[in-house]
Write a protein that binds this ligand. Structure first.
Ligand code: S3P
Length: 436
């Protein structure tokens, strides 16, 4: 359990480096496990979600040495080298872990079962199970095969390539199909309504796989082998974790903060565009590239924000940042409208309901819409007691809201933060109050 109590801040100061990117960490340990050769990963996120994925890869026969501080050495088993796990694979709270691994397992010639915690077992799995079945895998689960636990009979030698038009822009769906496609005979293609994060495509290329891209259509030929990269696979900090400090720096008067080593892949930087549209003072410094991903330091200084509209192709580029952007909107001038974001309802919590309900407790003027929300900004919020709903990003967003709320704010049940941001409290307290 555990609670976090927050008082107003007089400005965020100094520099901080958030932990490694969650999306990249899942992919790094999966791809290095099926590569030929040994991969040295640094900057791996040691949060609960990605540690579940590392444990699952171990259970599939991959030797992974963890030397601490996010440094892993992974001895790849080659494309067809994974082995049947002796037990159920527990993915904890992680939708990405479960969906991507389901794709990988759907291509194997063995049986496996994926499960997760009470929240993950409620999240929709038909979106990956259906296309993976059409590739030849047998997938059963609760609710007629729509919910975890998922029992997977891998397609093995009968794995078929498909051309799939995804109804939602989801990197998890795209990646599950592409990972299964590695084991298929022929070319697998996924088309999306908008471009979702392209980490899988970039990392596959980093491992020497040819991946073709034509607009929102991605394809790869099955049977290509992955080779461990010659240089280390260096994972930058997660922009989704940086987001809490970017918004805090933008909204707390007196702030001037630098968030270091942040992944700024253009499929993830919607938060920067929207904050800039709202008038935020944001500067990218020291732009560079690491392991096929763009990286920069980001400086943010306080400036009064104004409302904006967020929708359409913005959404996949900032889907995980909407809870904290709602906090920015709650103290901006004017009414912000967020639409086309119904996907938020099937994240770690129903984030439309949880954001609206919890920010309202802090005095925000916020109205739910089926596919988003409307937020009328005001000068300050007011401290209260609010709940995480078992959702790490709701907990951290509420902590940021507490910095601009009068009096004390308590966020209850914050242990969930460890799924993506171990050490959050320390970094937060240091940046917001200068206390270490
Ligand atoms: C992720 C994709 C997104 C995102 C999630 C991580 C990924 O989900 O919300 O936190 O690493 O592929 P969807 O692809 O389902 O939108």
């Amino acid at each position: 359990m555990g609670d976090l109590t927050i008082r107003p801040s007089r400005g965020l100061r100094g520099e901080l480096t958030p932990p490694g990117d969650k999306s990249l960490s899942h992919r790094a340990v999966m791809l290095s496990g099926i590569a030929e050769g040994t991969t040295a990963i640094s900057g791996f996120l040691t949060g609960e979600d990605t540690m579940h994925t590392a444990r699952a890869m171990r259970a599939l026969g991959v030797a992974i040495e963890d030397s601490g501080g996010g440094n892993l050495t992974v001895r790849g088993r080659g494309l067809r080298g994974l082995t049947e796990p002796a037990d159920v694979l527990d993915m904890g709270n992680s939708g990405t872990g479960m969906r991507l691994l389901a794709g990988l397992l759907a291509g194997q010639d063995f049986f496996s079962v994926l499960t997760g915690d009470q929240y993950l077992r409620k999240r929709p799995m038909a979106r990956i199970a259906e296309p993976l079945r059409s590739m030849g895998a047998g997938i059963n689960g609760r609710a007629g095969g729509k919910l975890a636990p998922l029992a997977i009979n891998g397609a093995g030698a009968g794995c078929r390539a498909i051309a799939y038009a995804s109804p939602v822009a989801s990197a998890q769906i795209k990646s599950a199909i592409l990972l299964c496609g590695l084991f298929a005979d022929g070319v697998t293609t996924v088309t999306e309504p908008h471009k979702s994060r392209d980490h899988t495509e970039r990392m596959l290329r980093f491992f020497g796989v040819e991946v073709k891209e034509q607009g929102n259509r991605i394809s790869l030929r099955g049977g290509q082998r992955l080779s461990a990269p010659l240089s280390d696979l260096v994972i930058p900090s997660d922009i989704s974790s940086a987001a809490f400090f970017l918004v805090a720096g933008a909204v707390v008067p007196g702030s001037d903060v630098v968030v270091r080593n942040v992944g700024v892949n253009p499929t993830r930087t919607g938060i920067l565009d929207v904050l800039q549209r709202m008038g935020a003072d944001i500067e990218l410094l020291n732009a560079r590239e690491q392991a096929g991903e763009p990286v920069a330091d980001i400086r943010v200084r306080h400036r009064k924000l104004k409302a904006t509209r967020i929708g359409g192709e913005d959404i996949p580029r900032l889907i995980d940042e909407i809870p904290v952007l709602a906090v920015a909107a709650a103290v901006a001038e004017g009414t912000t409208v967020i639409s086309d974001a119904a996907e938020l309802r099937v994240k770690e919590s129903d984030r439309i309901a949880t954001v609206a309900g919890e920010l309202a407790k802090l005095g925000a003027v916020i109205r739910e819409r089926p596919d988003g929300m409307e937020i009328a900004g005001k000068d300050r919020l007011s401290g209260s007691v609010c709940e995480s709903h078992g959702d790490h990003r709701i907990a951290m967003s509420l902590a940021v809201a507490g910095l601009v709320a009068e009096g004390m704010t308590t966020v209850r049940d914050t242990a969930w933060i460890d799924t993506s941001f171990p050490g959050f409290e320390r970094t937060f307290v240091q940046a917001a109050y200068g206390i270490s």
